[in-house]
Design a protein around this ligand. Structure first.
Ligand SMILES: [Zn+2]
Length: 403
């Protein structure tokens, strides 16, 4: 089963991951990707529209840290403000310590418990634990000159990156850098000494776009098929999420002749891997009061991994749609019903009461806590299998025509 769509997938994968230089939101590559998507879909006869929003791009100029002639490996925090100067270092390992410490105009090293998981961005509304908000508030109140975080591995919340930036937030204005746990242990022995930190970083104002392509009767119930088109900075984003976008492009081809009763929408959402999820927020605002028109969301993220089979995970599907989905799944040997997983754009639709189907690779669902691929340079076209991408598109085409 490797025909025209398979070859199209390979071409799209090459465009999205090799020819376009990076798809992080706010960058020129990201805008190139959304233009490409829109052109392809309008070329296939779909009615397209684009929604613009502000999104800051970021340039990483690298960072250096020195203490008494000893140097440490540090990385500039994504979307951080720059920093250059020498300050005394204070070390903090938990929230109680953060409360007590005198941080003003010092450089604070956060390590251990307090640096265990990435802090949710200030304006991220979907999931933001009180503990995170408290840490951010204490830092803003304490006014350190800069923050160094020493972080471990946490695949579930930071993708596969190690060390991961504790703070990745363009709305937070204290400069930050991050380092490995091992470097953190070395630095701990210099508590109270003066360190010199140089972190070169630039926030660049930019724009991003969501692209929607539709067909079918205007006032009909909507089936909304989504995939995020952005990628984490510094990664080709093959599995996360070029393959998802490719499934949308293949569906655009397969559904060209759709004359069924539903309004079909193919949406490239833009920002799932960006601190402020601007495309998702824009989409929610644009659909305020209209989520009840949606009878089904299908979101593709993490699909087409070369190992294992594809997983379709149902969320609150009404019995009729669930039965049809199960029927389609049994016809495709490379697809199984998957367990529910919490992150990804399908959760937005679930929150608004829309039944959803999350399409991914079973391997990623099973290894979410330990994988070290997504959000790293390892996420490149070599780890994909476009036969699986093609199979997913065929299966979804069947399902959409049944619903
Ligand atoms: Zn993703």
């Amino acid at each position: 089963m490797t025909g025209k769509l398979y070859n199209q997938s390979l071409y799209y994968l090459d465009v999205l991951c090799n020819r376009i230089p990076g798809r992080s939101v706010g960058s020129e590559g990201n805008r190139e990707a959304t233009r490409f998507f829109e052109q392809e879909l309008s070329g296939m006869g779909w009615l397209t529209s684009s929604a613009e929003f502000n999104a800051m791009d970021w340039r990483d100029g690298g960072a250096d840290l020195m203490c008494n002639g000893v140097s440490f490996e540090v990385f500039t925090g994504p979307y951080s403000l720059p920093f250059s100067g020498s300050r005394r270092i204070v070390t903090v390992s938990d929230t109680a310590g953060l409360e007590k410490a005198d941080l003003e105009d010092k450089i604070v090293l956060l390590y251990g418990e307090i640096a265990r998981e990435q802090l949710m961005p200030k304006n991220f509304v979907f999931y933001n634990p009180e503990e995170h908000q408290r840490i951010i508030a204490l830092l803003e109140k304490g006014k350190p000159a800069a923050i160094i975080s020493a972080t471990g591995r946490n695949s579930a919340l930071a993708g596969g990156a190690y060390p991961f930036p504790l703070i990745e937030d363009g709305d937070f204005d204290i400069p930050s850098v991050y380092m490995t746990e091992e470097e953190g242990i070395r630095l701990l022995s210099h508590d109270g000494e003066t360190v010199t930190l140089e972190s070169v970083s630039e926030r660049i104002p930019g724009k991003g776009y969501n692209i929607t392509a539709g067909r079918g009767p205007e006032d009909a119930d909507r089936i909304v098929i989504t995939a995020h088109i952005d990628a984490k900075k510094g990664t080709p984003g093959a599995i996360d999420n070029a393959t998802g976008v490719i499934v949308l492009l293949l569906l655009a081809d397969l559904l060209r002749d759709y004359e069924g009763p539903r309004k079909i929408e193919l949406v490239a959402l833009n920002g799932e891997d960006y601190y402020a999820v601007p495309g998702q927020m824009n989409y929610i605002m644009a659909n305020q009061g209209r989520f009840s028109e949606m009878i089904l969301n299908i979101n593709i993220d993490g699909a087409g991994y070369r190992e294992g089979i594809s997983a379709f995970s149902p969320f609150n599907l009404p019995e009729e749609i669930y039965t049809k989905t199960a029927g389609v799944i049994t016809r495709y040997p490379g697809i199984t019903e998957g367990a529910q997983w919490p992150q990804g754009d399908h959760s937005i639709f679930v929150q608004y009461g829309v039944p959803a189907l999350a399409v991914s690779s079973k391997w990623f669902i099973d290894n979410m806590e330990s994988q070290d691929i997504t959000h790293t340079p390892k996420d490149n076209p070599e780890i994909t299998d476009c036969r699986k991408v093609e199979e997913i598109a065929f299966a979804l085409n069947d399902l959409i025509r049944l619903v």
